[in-house]
Design a protein around this ligand. Structure first.
Ligand code: AG3
Length: 291
C-alpha cells in the first residue's frame, strides 16, 4: 500500500511522501476507501486529529478538519475582491470543497468544475459529504470531466474568477503550472477577472511559487501572491498566486470588503475581510522568492 507503514504496534501510519528529506506521519484509525483510478492512487483514512483525510498519490489533498482554511481563502478572496463575480471556474477540485465555498455566494450564477479524474468526484460524493456538502447537486454547478489544459485552451466561455485548485506539479497536475496553461487561462478570463492558483508551501517548495509568478508576470498587469496557514500542508504558510489585469481589484479597500462580506452573509471559519487584506502582506523570504 503506497504511503502506509506499520508503526511497530497495532496502528498503521500514513507517511506523506511529498518532500525529499522530510516526512510527516499520520496515525490511521481506519482506512475508509482505497483505489486506483485511471489517473492516480486514492486513499481516504480517518485520523484522530484531522478527521477524514484524502491523499492522492501519497500526498494529502484535504482533511475534514482543516479544509476550511484553503478552500475559504482560495474562494472568498478573489470573489469578494472582484465584487461582481457571476461566473466562476474551478480547475481541479474534484473533492468539491472549493465548489461548496464558491456556491455560498448567492451572486454566483454558475460554477464550472473541470476535473480530469471522474473517480475523485464519484468518490467525494459518496465519502466526503462533510467537505463538499450538496455542492454537486446545486443547479448552478456545471461539472466537466476534462483535462484543465484542454478546457482553458478551447472554451468559448469567459469567467470572472478562475481558481486553480490543483495538486502539486507532479503527475496530472504538472501542466497546470506551465506558461502555456496560464496563457490559456488569460484567454478565458472576462475583463477585470481574477485568476488564483495554489502554489504549495514556499518554505519547502520555493521553486513552485517562483516559477508560477515568473510565468504570470508578462501576462497580467497585476501579479502577486497571498498566504494562509494550512496545518496539513506542512512547512509553514501556503502561497496562492494572484493575477489580474485591473490593479484596483487587489487594492479593494477594507471597507468595501467588509460591506461585500456582510452583504454575502457568509459564515466562515478562517476568512475575514481583515485576514484578506493581511494575507497579501508577505514575509521577507517570500517577497524575495517572487522578486
Ligand atoms: N490541493 C492542494 C494540495 C497541496 C498539497 N501540497 C503541499 N502539502 N505542499 C488541494 C485540493 C483540495 N481541494
Amino acid at each position: 500500500m503506497p504511503g502506509f507503514q506499520s508503526g511497530g504496534s497495532a496502528a498503521d501510519w500514513f507517511e506523506e511522501t511529498l518532500h525529499k528529506g522530510f516526512r510527516a506521519r499520520y496515525r490511521v484509525e481506519e482506512i475508509l476507501h482505497e483505489s486506483e483510478s485511471n489517473h492516480q492512487h486514492l486513499v481516504l483514512f480517518r485520523n484522530e486529529i484531522f478527521g477524514h483525510v484524502l491523499a492522492l498519490n501519497g500526498v494529502i489533498q484535504t482533511t475534514e478538519r482543516d479544509e476550511f482554511v484553503y478552500h475559504e481563502m482560495l474562494a472568498h478572496t478573489p470573489i469578494l475582491a472582484h465584487g461582481a463575480a457571476r461566473d466562476v471556474l474551478i480547475v481541479g477540485g474534484g473533492d468539491g470543497g472549493m465548489m461548496e465555498e464558491v456556491l455560498k455566494h448567492k451572486s454566483v450564477e454558475r460554477v464550472t468544475l473541470v476535473e480530469i479524474d471522474a473517480g475523485v468526484i464519484e468518490f467525494s460524493k459518496q465519502h466526503l459529504k462533510s467537505i463538499c456538502g450538496d455542492a454537486f447537486d446545486d443547479p448552478r454547478a456545471d461539472i466537466v470531466i476534462a483535462d484543465g489544459m484542454a478546457y482553458v485552451a478551447e472554451t468559448d466561455r469567459r469567467h470572472d474568477v478562475m481558481i486553480i485548485d490543483s495538486t502539486d506539479p507532479i503527475g496530472p497536475g504538472e501542466v497546470l503550472f506551465t506558461e502555456k496553461f496560464y496563457k490559456a487561462c488569460k484567454r478565458c478570463l472576462a475583463p477585470g477577472g481574477v485568476l488564483v492558483t495554489q502554489n504549495g508551501v514556499p518554505f519547502m517548495q520555493g521553486d513552485e511559487l517562483r516559477h508560477t509568478i515568473r510565468a504570470l508576470r508578462p501576462l497580467f498587469a497585476d501579479v502577486g501572491c497571498y498566504t494562509a496557514t494550512v496545518p496539513t500542508y506542512m512547512g509553514g504558510c501556503m502561497a496562492f498566486g494572484w493575477a489580474c489585469d485591473d490593479l484596483n481589484v487587489r487594492a479593494t479597500p477594507l471597507d468595501a470588503l467588509r460591506e461585500r462580506f456582510a452583504a454575502a452573509a457568509l459564515e466562515t471559519d478562517y476568512y475575514t475581510p481583515e485576514v484578506h487584506v493581511g494575507a497579501f502582506a508577505l514575509p521577507r523570504y517570500i517577497e524575495r522568492l517572487i522578486a
